[in-house]
Design a protein around this ligand. Structure first.
Ligand SMILES: [Zn+2]
Length: 413
């Protein structure tokens, strides 16, 4: 591997990771989305695939200019220029019906003639769209986009374009690192098969070019190619809205490897954040109905007990004490599953206590989100106090190293 652009060992190690990823992927069905020169030329960009529509009967897109369609596997053109205003796509056993144009294919790609013209659900996207149809003729719509463009879309949606400059830059590095970690993961497991990330909380919230401001673009440029690593390896740089006073361990919350950058820290920076404290009330019937969706065997709910909690206060296990067929039982549920069964928007985190008050279940808690990795509220305050993005990242990911994780497409052009 000749890499004359290398400036340090850290860069070399990071590039090796990405090049290995690129080289392996080039042999498989994902070759189409990787630049052909990437295996020998490290300055090529990295692209990520985001599922915008998952196996729906109909998918729609829109563009204010011409586009053409190719076969996804080899990019062989299938059409001449087409008009893409409000186009509906359907699938049948014969193939795709793209606004009346019939194509006997399994996977196709839409290319706008001018960049950033493709729209879906009123939002504009950079890159291209893929369409995949399955055996039941359901459609998957994927946005394949340069990692920098994707990172801009995540920051705009995740932390807000008006945030402090250092907080935006820290978010750019975390979002980019998270994306690369997910791409590596998908490459290894092929779990999602046709895409790398979801456009929502299951991965990172991504809304194309909506909310991308000059400040957001500047944050991505300022940190171009920078990623977080631990001992030379990219890790999943989780982040969340508000920790409430302490962040938590990725090992306990997600079952990830226990490493110092994701072990959790005490956070004095978000104490006064508006979302730090919350409470949520549920009537006994509402509580029972919501829990039953998760636990079909639930009988008549008698009590709720916190069985296990982290020293930080985050709940690991809740006991649902209920009566079924005349006998009392306790069913265990993880804190994360309990939170989501009730409503992730009302029960904002797993850091809570439960009590019965005035005939209702009252949950009182701290923070918003899973609590792992960088706390956006705290990062925002650190930025306002004049700290730079590297200081913010060092604080939230102890022992994490900043390194050039890949060389963006623009460099060297
Ligand atoms: Zn915090």
């Amino acid at each position: 591997m000749r890499t004359p652009r290398l400036r340090s060992l850290a860069v070399g190690a990071a590039l090796a990771v990405v090049l290995a990823l690129v080289a392996c992927a080039a042999a498989g069905p994902r070759a189409a989305f990787l630049p052909t020169a990437a295996a020998t030329e490290p300055r090529a960009g990295v692209e990520i695939r985001v599922a915008l529509v998952e196996w729906a009967a109909v998918a729609t897109f829109d563009l204010d200019g011409p586009y053409w369609i190719s076969r996804l596997t080899d990019d062989q053109p299938l059409t001449r220029d087409l008009d893409g205003r409000k186009t509906e796509v359907k699938a049948s056993d014969k193939g795709f019906d793209v606004g009346g144009v019939l194509l006997a294919e399994k996977e196709i790609r839409l290319h706008p003639r001018a960049p950033a013209r493709l729209k879906h659900a009123g939002i504009r996207y950079e890159g291209t769209f893929h369409l995949v149809r399955n055996n039941k003729n359901r459609l998957l719509l994927v946005n394949q986009v340069d990692l920098d463009a994707y990172t801009r879309g995540v920051i705009g949606a995740e932390i807000g374009a008006s945030s402090a400059r250092a907080a935006l830059a820290a978010q750019a590095v975390a979002a980019r690192t998270y994306a690369l970690a997910r791409m590596e993961d998908e490459h290894r497991t092929r779990k999602l098969k046709y895409f790398d990330v979801y456009p929502d909380e299951r991965s990172q919230v991504y809304k194309g070019m909506a909310n991308v401001s000059p400040n957001v673009s500047k944050a991505v440029e300022e940190t171009q190619g920078l990623v977080l690593q631990f001992r030379g390896k990219i890790f999943t740089a989780y982040f969340h809205s508000t920790c409430g006073g302490a962040t938590d361990s990725a090992h306990d919350v997600f079952g990830d490897a226990d490493i110092p950058p994701l072990a959790g820290v005490k956070d004095p920076w978000c104490d006064r954040a508006t979302l730090a404290d919350w409470s949520a009330k549920f009537t006994p019937k509402e509580m029972e109905d919501r829990l039953r969706k998760e636990e079909a065997d639930l009988g008549e709910l008698r009590d709720l007990k916190i069985l296990d909690a982290r020293p930080s206060g985050r709940v690991l296990k809740v006991g649902l004490v209920h009566v079924k067929s005349g006998s009392e039982r306790t069913t265990k549920m993880s804190g994360a599953a309990f939170r989501l069964a009730l409503d992730g928007d009302r029960v904002k985190s797993t850091w809570f206590t439960i009590e019965r008050r005035d005939g209702k279940w009252v949950l009182s808690g701290h923070g918003w989100g899973h609590g792992v990795g960088m706390c956006q509220s705290g990062a925002q305050r650190m930025g306002q106090k004049g700290m730079d993005f590297a200081a913010i990242l060092r604080f939230y990911y102890p022992q994490g190293e900043l390194a050039k994780g890949y060389v963006p497409a623009l460099e060297g052009k």
